[in-house]
Ligand binder design. Structure first.
Ligand SMILES: *Cc1c(COP(=O)(O)O)cnc(C)c1O
Length: 453
């Protein structure tokens, strides 16, 4: 199986009508479009019967396998009972039970749940809620946000505004709010001999300076706890989150934790914030929330925030953000089943073993002449491919070496989808150690091909 999948009728129909996300459609003159018929466990099965091991959990959403029978059964039952109902003035068991469960499992102090239907929408909600909280408190002068360099919070205009990945932001910059960028605590940027914890302290010092200057006009600091995923799986020390919590309290600004990618066990704990022992003022959840089945997101916040909106109608303090599918019963039911799996099975313990196995297998790459860094946080691991290991000079982006790894993966039945030249592993939790071996072997071969010539 050393060829790429051939275009079939489905692909021809697709390419004549569809426009895909995150894609220069012209690439499909040479890059195959992969038609998938079904999924099972960690595998995707093509219409031609080819199988692909899903090393990236289908854009970081899947936790317990494709077409997971337990989640599928819950979904089918809910579909026969109540598919949807307006969520203003009406409520239903799955939405209430999910809110109760989310409050129970997230860090203490997060006691109110607001639903939206995708990650970017959750970010919009958190940004608006934070701004509106300060407005309701008589601080309408707070209109800005602090974000980290290299951050990614989604691609709707508000979420993109607080993102700093040029690929997504640059073109649309004229349409966006201007955030205040604080330098990321990314440990890859350490000075020679500097520990990750020391980078975190240095970056907290720089954040303090920004807050001293800008806190009066700032609503919130928004971060991706522990791993900046779309920005290249850049990882940082939990001390940064503890320091951030203290600074936000000291300067009266909110702390928004975007756990859309890192929540639900990805980093080794159920939520990444747990590793610093902190509770944010807002926590945004999506992706793994439904085990990868349906779009749903939730913003959790504190009673203090909620109370600032609770007033006579005439006071005009109500929060306004509505989506037609808010609190969709199918999505909520599926999320409840996903959380039930966390309760019923030793997911985090199993993940620790899988993560340790992945770490052992990736160790071999540390001495590779074109690998500048091998890093891992729980069930996220990344390999930084560079032209010059010692200077850490990247390959020219136009080489598209990561794309070669992707294409090699497809010929070998593996879905690896590098972010530029960062080859990463973010598999579903149902992957086996043998399947991890297969992914890593394929990645190593792919890296060999990518750096040749
Ligand atoms: C994916 C992602 C988002 C956006 O979620 P969508 O559902 O794709 O809009 C926001 N923040 C982070 C950290 C993400 O990884």
């Amino acid at each position: 199986m050393n060829t790429l999948p051939a275009a079939d009728a489905l692909v021809r129909r697709d390419l004549s009508r569809l426009w895909h996300p995150c894609t220069q459609m012209h690439d499909h003159q040479t890059v195959p479009m992969v038609p998938i018929a079904r999924g099972e466990g960690a595998w995707l099965v093509g219409t031609d019967g080819r199988r692909y091991l899903d090393g990236i959990s289908s854009w970081w959403t899947n936790l317990f396998g494709h077409a997971n029978p337990r989640i599928a059964a819950a979904l089918a039952e809910q579909a026969r009972t109540l598919e949807h109902v307006i969520f203003a003035g009406f409520t239903h068991e799955p939405a209430v039970a999910l809110a109760e469960e989310l409050v129970r499992v997230t860090p203490p102090g997060l006691e109110r749940v607001f639903y939206a239907d995708n990650g970017s929408a959750a970010i919009e909600v958190a940004l608006k809620m934070s701004f509106h909280y300060w407005l309701n408190q008589g601080h309408g002068e707070k209109t800005r946000f602090i974000a980290l360099t290299g951050s990614y919070h989604g691609e709707t205009l508000g979420a993109l505004s607080v993102s700093d990945v040029a690929l997504y932001r640059k073109t649309y910059a004229p349409l966006l709010l201007t955030p205040i960028l604080a330098p990321s605590p990314d440990a890859y940027e350490a000075e020679p001999g500097e520990s990750a914890a020391a980078v975190a302290q240095r970056r907290l010092g720089q954040l303090r300076v920004l807050l001293e200057r800008h806190a009066h006009e700032v609503c919130a600091v928004i971060v991706e706890p522990l791993v900046q995923c779309a920005g290249g799986m850049r990882m940082y020390h939990p001390d940064y989150l503890a320091g951030l919590r203290a600074l936000c309290d000291e300067f009266a600004v909110h702390f928004i934790a975007d756990e859309i990618a890192v929540g639900f066990g990805r980093t080794g704990t159920l939520f990444a914030c747990e590793q610093a022992g902190v509770s944010p003022d807002f926590m945004c959840l999506s992706k793994g929330l439904t085990g990868g089945f349906l779009p749903l997101s939730a913003v959790l916040t504190t009673t203090q925030v909620y109370d600032a909106f609770y007033a006579e109608y005439s006071a005009g303090k109500a929060f306004l953000h509505s989506h037609s599918y808010t609190g969709n019963p199918l999505a909520c039911r599926v999320a409840l089943e996903t959380l039930a799996i966390f309760r019923d099975e030793p997911v985090l313990e199993r993940n620790r073993e899988l993560a340790a196995h992945l770490a052992r297998r990736l160790d071999a790459l540390r001495d590779h002449p074109h690998v500048a860094d091998v890093r891992q946080t729980g069930m996220i691991a990344a390999v930084e491919l560079v032209a010059d290991k010692h200077r850490r000079t990247p390959f020219p982006a136009s080489d598209r070496r990561g794309l070669r790894v992707y294409l090699h993966g497809l010929t070998q039945g593996a879905l690896l989808r590098p972010l530029g030249d960062v080859i990463y592993f973010m598999p579903p939790y149902v992957i086996t150690t043998q399947e991890i071996d297969r992914l890593v072997d394929t990645a190593i071969e792919g890296i060999g091909r990518a750096i040749a010539g």
